[in-house]
Design a protein around this ligand. Structure first.
Ligand SMILES: N[C@@H](CCC(=O)N[C@@H](CS)C(=O)NCC(=O)O)C(=O)O
Length: 255
């Protein structure tokens, strides 16, 4: 046992990043499912691990590690197993370029649309005072703002339109890269693929107008290849299936 504990939600977005990296490396970990919709990430037990109140967080021995992309890089360097960074400097640059692009520019747009279409509505049935109390417990002011917008449907049309624009542009860019090589950043599977896959596998479900075998054949090939990796299958078995079941069904239909 590698003495690793991971606090995570479903195997997608930021939580899915260290989950998939650990699985690729063959590192067993103690899984703490932290239910975002129950606001487990703002409860005192979790704030004692990560005072910022965001998931994921990983404990390795006596070290507490936060920030999903930085955790993946740590996992790749700290454990044996197949390397998740290429060796060529330009390929390594490309991995870092895409992870920065995802974390700073495209990922937040996927997140905004997800919060608006899934997270907010999932909590809408709770009385307004209960939702206010949940918001009051959030440690970071910017997260309080985001949660308020999600829970009270306050994202503006302009914000949503910008997120949709970024997602459409991001899909075009990823499709272009995957036309040049087997994986996003190099000929080998890397942290960039893990990062991008976690935010894009729902595209065929939520945005069939942007991502389909006909519209984005390169993304489709890559989605199928990544989906079939044993590490992905093992990791997805750890989730509730809330998101992944719908993608599984599409993969079965289209093969
Ligand atoms: N930059 C952080 C962001 C973490 C983050 O925002 N995680 C989301 C889940 S994908 C979260 O904790 N949301 C719940 C909240 O903000 O209360 C990372 O990459 O780890």
């Amino acid at each position: 046992m590698a003495d690793v504990t991971l606090y995570h939600w479903e195997p997608n977005a930021n939580s899915g990043k260290p989950m998939l990296a650990l699985a690729e490396k063959g590192v067993a970990f103690d899984s703490h499912y932290t239910d975002m919709l129950e606001f487990d990430q703002h409860k005192p037990e979790y704030l004692a691990v990560n005072p910022q109140g965001t998931i994921p967080a990983m404990i390795h021995g006596d070290k507490v590690l936060t920030e999903s992309t930085a955790i993946m890089e740590y996992v790749d360097e700290a454990f044996a197993g197949p390397p998740l960074m290429p060796t060529d400097p330009r390929d390594r640059w490309r991995v870092r370029w895409w992870m920065k692009f995802m974390d700073q520019w495209l990922g937040p747009s996927f997140s905004m649309i997800g919060w608006c279409t899934f997270v907010g509505p999932a909590l809408a049935a709770k009385p307004a005072e209960e939702r206010e109390a949940m918001i009051a417990r959030i440690p970071l002011p910017e997260r309080r703002t985001a949660w308020r917008k999600a829970m009270f449907a306050e994202f503006s049309e302009a914000e949503l339109a910008e997120s949709r624009r970024r997602i459409a542009q991001g899909v075009t860019m990823i499709e272009g890269e995957l036309g040049k090589r087997a994986f996003v950043a190099s000929e080998q599977y890397s942290l960039a693929d893990i990062n991008i896959f976690n935010s894009t596998y729902m595209l065929p479900v939520g945005n069939p107008d942007l991502c389909s075998p006909e519209l984005t054949p390169n993304i489709w090939r890559w989605l199928k290849t990544v989906y079939r990796r044993p590490a992905v299958q093992r990791t997805w078995a750890m989730g509730s299936g809330r998101f992944t079941d719908r993608f599984n069904a599409i993969m079965e239909d289209f093969g």
